[in-house]
Write a protein that binds this ligand. Structure first.
Ligand code: GLU
Length: 278
């Protein structure tokens, strides 16, 4: 599979200018109905989903977060972005370090013991990223004796340990960008996580013709927005996500951020948000 990114970032900023509804600087003095801001956890190192570039934040999750924040009454300049690596997400929500997390965060029963989720707002599936020349890795059952990288505290790393542990040497990094660097340098044989994330990396110019996704997705990752357990905010976020899907923003955000690189399974997307607040 050869993937290219098409004017993704330029289009994303246009879309954001369009959805902010009053963030053109002209009405900056009126900073929304909420006196304080909102702190949002995102990924900083996942192209197409959550990426920090200098002082700018890009990606599908970032667009989703901006849309939801606006519906909750927060203008763009009231959002504080913080990095939430996979293993720290429940802690950060429980400690109050963030008000919500929009970071390729799968809704699972064990996480729901500690946090609540609005959503799902996207359904992805676990995949494998390998070097373009690799021919003997075609699915999770072909990983015997292979060096694999994934991220600590993620559902894909857990799945490998639980279901495919026997012959696999799993290295757990802090973030996926670290794994992809190890793959590009040949230190590991494959990277595993959601196909959405892997596609975002593969579409990077520096990896063109070098990395490829292989096989069929082998899990269902329902992305939710994590909030404090049983928080009142949860249903409001569900309403915002529902309107985001219904008014066409969902599709626009996806095209702007991931473009040709990734098309989510149309049988599962867009999903219907709700049912995970408690
Ligand atoms: N969606 C999976 C998870 O929540 C993998 C992606 C990630 O680590 O953010 O664990």
């Amino acid at each position: 599979m050869r993937l290219t990114i098409v004017a993704g970032l330029a289009a994303a900023s246009l879309a954001l200018a369009g959805c902010g509804g009053g963030n053109d600087g002209g009405d900056g003095a009126d900073s929304g109905e909420n006196g304080e801001g909102i702190t949002v956890g995102i990924k900083f190192d996942q192209p197409g989903l959550g990426l920090k570039e200098g002082a700018e934040y890009h990606g599908f999750d970032v667009d989703v977060a901006r849309y939801v924040a606006e519906k909750l009454g927060y203008s763009e300049d009231q959002i504080t972005w913080v990095e939430s690596v996979s293993a720290q997400r429940e802690n950060m929500i429980e400690n109050g370090q963030v008000d919500m997390i929009v970071a390729t965060y799968s809704i699972t029963d064990s996480r729901k013991e500690r946090v609540s989720f609005a959503g799902p707002y996207l359904v992805a599936g676990q995949g494998l990223l390998v070097q373009d020349a690799t021919a003997d890795i075609t699915g999770p059952e072909t990983l015997d004796g292979k060096k694999l990288c994934s991220v600590a505290g993620s559902t894909p790393a857990e799945r490998i340990k639980e279901e495919y542990a026997a012959g696999v040497q799993l290295q757990e990094a802090q973030g996926y960008s670290e794994c992809v660097e190890l793959l590009a340098s040949g230190t590991v044989d494959a990277v595993t996580t959601d196909d959405s994330i892997l596609a975002g990396f593969a579409a990077q110019e520096q990896y063109a013709g070098k990395l490829k996704l292989v096989g069929e997705p082998f899990s269902e990752e329902n992305y939710g927005i994590g909030v404090k357990k049983d928080s009142e905010m949860c249903e409001k976020v569900n309403e915002a996500l529902t309107s985001m899907i219904e008014d066409g923003s969902w599709e626009t955000f996806l095209k702007d951020s991931l473009g040709e690189a990734y098309t989510p399974n149309p049988d599962q997307n867009p999903p219907t948000p709700g049912g995970n607040c408690s």
